[in-house]
Ligand binder design. Sequence first.
Ligand code: G
Ligand code: G
Ligand code: MN
Ligand code: NA
Length: 247
Amino acid sequence: LVLERELRGALDRDELRVVFQPIIRLSDGQVDGVEALLRWDSHRLGSVPPADFIPVAEETGLIAPIGDWVLRTACRAVAAYEGLRVNVNLSPRQLADPALPGVVAEALQVTGLTPDRLALELTETALLRADEATTDALVALEELGVELVLDDFGTGYSSLAMLKEHPVHALKIDRMFVAGLGADAGDRAIVEAVIGMAHGMARPVTAEGVEHEGHLAILKDLGCDYAQGYLLGRPGPLTDAVGEPPA
Ligand code: G
Ligand code: G
Ligand code: MN
Ligand code: NA
């Protein structure tokens, strides 16, 4: 309850910020894009993790204004760099909101970011609940020209059906599977199978939670396209990931 009350005023009090984590292209080691991650530095509660406040934002509907703000803030920051791409996370309620395609189109328009430079990360949970409105939203977003990415791949219980039934353009392998690379033969088999399947469908794959050189070596070996994790860069100011924007 305290969380909800404080969150209501967080935008107006300027307590929210967006941090960025680099996504590295494994073929050449360059930064391909960044993932935008929301942070809340509450004046009263201190730093509150998204895992604690995103569910509250979802339940109360505050996710709509907050999500809109995240989209604009992320798009505006990245638009200052030539060709840089940005991934923004969407929660199930955002995806089910018929206003979403309009909100996304507006964020692109006011920031000048072209649609091919925005990717929206969706979870299996969001797609699992997909009703007709959500399906329509996905089609509208696809028509806008933004990329749709299935996040946390493999942690839901019908990942493969999600892939078959929805216009998903790329996959992110959950860090749960990456963590065991080099130690757990099962994890390697899963990662290899996911990459093989995704490539068979002409979908690129990003591995999350890359923390060790050993993870990276195996992922390159398996032909993974992109990687993200503490080894390659922690979430932080955009300039940490990509330097100062060109003048
Ligand atoms: O950054 P961190 O690892 O603490 O994020 C925890 C969770 O919060 C992740 O599942 C991430 O997808 C989610 N998250 C972070 N930022 C956003 C956001 O802007 N919107 C939504 N809906 N989820 C977010
Ligand atoms: O669910 P989603 O994939 O959006 O969550 C991303 C979260 O993962 C962010 O909160 C980010 O802080 C966290 N994260 C990013 N890289 C790493 C990593 O290498 N290890 C761990 N444990 N968490 C990471
Ligand atoms: Mn994500
Ligand atoms: Na994820």
